[in-house]
Design a protein around this ligand. Structure first.
Ligand code: DC
Length: 270
């Protein structure tokens, strides 16, 4: 038999025993019982120390610095997706030429870009279902891509798409503004560079690109496009202040991939 409770109600025999925690008196808030339907865990149910998204690796740099090859190899080594954002500008440039849209009309090209479905995977590039993987690696598309990449409206459309692609993380995205504009909070930012001569040599011997193979001619074209990318008003190419600059001059692919993976692992502490 229990005695009267704190407000003077008479106690009933056995009630506390049948009702378990519910019938007991816990005057001190620090000693309130845990609710019986919540399991007692020594940590919160949604651990704040587990990241909700997986890492984003941004790789930027000028043409011929080795971004494509290095980003692909790094993505394979980490088991991440690889996205070549330059291929998106190339696909839009290709479509604008097909549809005789003026390459300097921001309104017309951004309308075309937002109406187009662009699929970029490591293996293939499709625009509205048409496979343009090879067609976008020509000198004509080099020029068209550089022209449309200057247009702020086109950039806005493609940057939105790139952010959607990166939403789930576990991605290596390469381009010119990935660490500065697309993902300013990327977990790791790498800026790949190489001497102009070496970049021209690499581009001249790249089987994915058609066009001139004389290194001098390639160097002239590359320098002209780089100048436009670096000096345009909308998202010019530059290394983010928190990017790690990797100079690939005189290094082979394996050496660069190893160096980039070392940077990534030390930043992610994996
Ligand atoms: O990397 P690439 O040569 O395929 O790029 C084609 C053009 O698109 C080039 O002029 C740079 C531009 N570009 C850009 O402005 N921003 C990006 N994120 C990627 C490429």
């Amino acid at each position: 038999m229990r005695g009267p409770d704190r407000v003077g109600r008479a106690g009933r025999a056995g009630r506390a025993g049948r009702a378990g925690w519910a019938g007991k008196d816990f005057p001190c808030p620090a000693h309130q019982p845990y609710l019986p339907y919540l399991p007692y865990l020594p940590y919160p149910p949604y651990p704040p120390y587990l990241p909700l998204t997986k890492p984003i690796i941004a790789i930027d740099g000028p043409s011929g610095a080795g971004k494509g090859t290095v980003a692909r190899e790094v993505a394979i080594a980490l088991g991440y997706r690889h996205v070549d954002s330059g291929a998106m500008y190339r696909a839009v440039g290709w479509k604008a030429l097909q549809e005789h849209v003026a390459l300097d009309s921001d309104e017309a090209v951004s309308k075309l870009a937002s109406a187009s479905r662009i699929d970029v995977s490591t293996a293939r590039v499709l625009i509205d279902g048409t496979d343009v993987t090879r067609a976008i690696r020509t000198p004509e598309i080099d020029r068209a891509a550089t022209a449309v990449a200057r247009l702020p409206g086109v950039r806005a459309v493609l940057v939105d798409r790139q952010r959607v692609l990166g939403e789930r993380g576990a991605i290596v995205m390469e381009g010119r503004d990935i660490g500065t504009v697309v993902f300013p909070n990327a977990d790791v930012k790498i800026y790949l560079d190489a001497s102009p001569e070496e970049r021209a040599r690499r581009r001249a011997s790249d089987p994915a690109h058609s066009g001139p193979t004389a290194v001098g001619e390639v160097a002239t074209l590359l320098t002209a496009r780089d100048e436009i990318d670096r000096t345009r008003a909308a998202s010019p190419l530059y290394a983010a202040p928190d990017a790690v600059v990797v100079d690939t001059t005189g290094q082979n692919v394996d050496q660069v991939v190893r160096e980039v993976l070392t940077v990534i692992r030390s930043k992610l502490k994996t």
